[in-house]
Design a protein around this ligand. Structure first.
Ligand code: ADP
Ligand code: MG
Length: 608
């Protein structure tokens, strides 16, 4: 048998690496901005066209490159940041894998202009899909200017996979924020299609956060500062009353590198437990300083997942210092500290077994698979299933149909006991959460929020499909602020949610004004509704819902009545009436059960 193994050509190897490092335009923005930071720049400008699909350009005033380095930097594993394996354990720079430029150059048309301080002239290189097309000397100022055009032009499948400009821009803003928060001393500008999104002067950590999230944010921030032999924790946490229902203001950095850390996130959530609503998320900007030898940043190609050698102790230190900070700032009336004001910090290895909260990660979760729980069944399939499972759906109401009365009539008829057909006066509300009613086969418990969500969803879907504007409740104008990612989302959905009764307009900068909401929204907390709308929208987007479906579901969920709200008999009756005139009363649009029936046999069993 002849030899069959071959070495892949570099251009192919680079494209394969690009598959891991460069998922979308925002990955290019991240890699190039990190290079500018590593090059000691103090000013970085990011210019984007069409959410990065047409152009991503980064201009810095850093150390630049010599003529030969400018050619070499596109080779795979070409890096100036480590020299031998030992350096891997003391990394303080953002890059070190030497993959980014090689990867980006293999999947785009790229132009690099760069000049180092020692050189009279700079270099101008053009590359298309790993091939150098030209290289010449030019006059330019010190620093580096890279333009990445037509990303994925030679990998149509990847290009097709890109999401809408709104979504891709959102990803870019998220990456941008992560980088600029950790380097406040550097000035940054972000421009998209000639609009300046951010212009951030050189400043300190706190000012940088405020420049990003708006002046009002100042009131929200509480400083945190803890130093132990193992780790130093600095930064800011948000006041509980500002906790929002939407993600986007949670940042961890380790040695000034952004990281994702669901386990440490749990430490923070648990410190806030009971002082914020269960579905709210506190904001935080936490900077860990740790000996680089105690972390491994190599476990993920994009370097955002980082392994700590002593995660449990850091978990404890983090949680304790957040609790202490909340206590110190009188945010929490009384906390269960053993010793007030002193945190019990484990030194070195923890002696006893520390109980760590488990994080459940569904490794098999695939956001693109149609098997996700919330998408598993269409409304119709669900309905069939429901009908099969719950025997005697029809029988449940039969008594009334016989009498030519609907089970729960909306006119002024008294409510009826389904079993006997006799009038009963009341629905009961349990724990301000469930509506209890007697039905023919037993007891029915209806989840008030979910029921309302179904009712609103049906109504909104009908409105959107027929462009039939929903009645609106005029409000005394309410102003609110959003961060840039959420602004991008809100702007994109404004026209549609207008149909649903939201009258929201831009007020300038990061501020918006609400002048009206759908008439049936009961809650007065408009900001809260907008927050959960955006959060639902983001979640639905990750499970791949189409715009219209996503929007309808998000608005329905956000505007449905909350738990904890008292309902009078009239209101309960309305909900029950409307629910059972839906084609799909048993499940929310997201597939959650709306009511349960405890049947007579079950009840009888309990008396035995
Ligand atoms: P890494 O950052 O992991 O070293 P990259 O492929 O991102 O790998 O970059 C390769 C090399 O190119 C860097 O190590 C650096 O020497 C040089 N380089 C990249 N971008 C810049 C820049 N903006 N200014 C100066 N040098 C740069
Ligand atoms: Mg790099």
């Amino acid at each position: 048998m002849p030899d069959i193994i071959q070495l892949l050509p570099d251009s192919v190897a680079n494209q394969i690496a690009a598959g891991e490092v460069i998922q979308r335009p925002s990955s290019v923005v991240k890699e190039l901005m990190e290079n500018s930071i590593d090059a000691q720049s103090n000013s970085v400008k990011v210019i984007i066209k069409d959410a990065g699909k047409t152009l991503i350009q980064i201009i810095d005033n850093g150390c630049g490159m010599s003529d030969s380095d400018a050619r070499l930097c596109f080779e795979r594993h070409a890096t100036s940041k480590i020299k031998d394996a030992a350096d891997l354990f003391s990394i303080r720079t953002m890059g070190f894998r030497g993959e980014a430029l090689a990867s980006i150059a293999s999947i785009s048309r790229l132009c690099l202009k760069t000049k180092s301080i020692d050189n009279e002239l700079g270099t101008d290189i053009h590359i298309g899909g790993s091939e150098v097309e030209s290289q010449e000397l030019i006059n330019c100022s010190k620093g580096t200017n890279i333009s990445v055009k037509s990303l994925f032009y030679n990998i149509p499948a990847r290009r097709k996979f890109l999401k809408s400009n709104t979504t891709e821009l959102k990803h870019i803003i998220v990456e941008f924020q992560r980088i600029v928060i950790s380097s406040p001393e550097i000035s940054f500008i972000l421009i998209h299609n000639n609009n300046e999104i951010y212009n951030l002067p050189s400043s300190n950590n706190k000012q940088r956060i405020i420049n990003i999230f708006g002046k009002n944010y100042l009131k929200n921030l509480i400083p945190i500062n803890t130093k132990t032999s193992l780790v130093e924790i600095k930064g800011y946490i948000g006041k509980p009353e500002y906790a929002r229902k939407t993600f986007g203001e949670q940042f961890f950095f380790v040695n000034n590198r952004f990281m994702k850390h669901p386990y440490f996130h749990k430490a923070i959530s648990s410190a806030y437990e009971k002082i914020i609503q269960p579905d709210s998320i506190p904001s935080y900007f936490i900077f860990f300083e740790i000996n680089p030898g105690n972390i491994d940043i190599n476990i993920h190609p994009t370097k955002t997942e980082i392994k700590f050698s002593d995660e449990r102790s850091i978990w404890q230190i983090l949680q304790a210092s957040i609790r202490e900070t909340l206590g110190k700032f009188n945010v929490v009336p009384s906390l269960d500290f053993n010793k007030e004001g002193i945190i019990d910090i484990p030194h070195g290895k923890p002696s006893g077994e520390i109980k760590q909260p488990g994080i459940e990660i569904d490794h098999s979760f695939n956001p693109f698979s149609s098997n996700n729980k919330s998408q598993k069944f269409s409304d119709d399939q669900r309905n069939d299933l429901y009908k099969k499972n719950l025997e005697n759906w029809d029988k449940l109401y039969k008594g009334f149909e016989d009498e030519k009365m609907s089970a729960f009539s909306s006119d002024n008829q008294p409510n009826l006991d389904l079993k006997s057909g006799q009038a009963i006066e009341k629905f009961f509300q349990i724990k301000k959460r469930y509506i209890l009613s007697a039905v023919k086969s037993g007891l029915m418990l209806i989840d008030q929020k979910k029921a309302h969500e179904r009712i609103l969803y049906d109504k909104y879907l009908h409105a959107i499909e027929n462009k039939d504007f929903i009645a609106q409740k005029k409000l005394f104008p309410v102003k609110f602020e959003l961060n840039s990612t959420d602004i991008v989302i809100l702007k994109a959905i404004l026209p549609e949610i207008k149909i649903l009764g939201f009258d929201i307009s831009e007020f300038g900068g990061t501020t918006f004004v609400v002048n009206g909401t759908p008439a049936e929204i009961i809650s007065e907390d408009v900001k809260d509704i907008i927050d959960s709308l955006i959060e639902n929208y983001k979640n639905n987007e990750t499970i791949g819902l189409k715009l219209r479906e996503n929007l309808t579901r998000s608005v329905a969920k956000a505007s449905s009545i909350n738990y904890g709200r008292n309902l009078n008999n009239e209101e309960m009756r309305d909900i029950v009436d409307n629910l059972f005139s839906s084609k799909t009363p048993a499940f929310t649009p997201g597939g959650e059960k709306i009511f349960v029936i405890i049947d007579i046999e079950e009840l009888e069993k309990r008396f035995r």
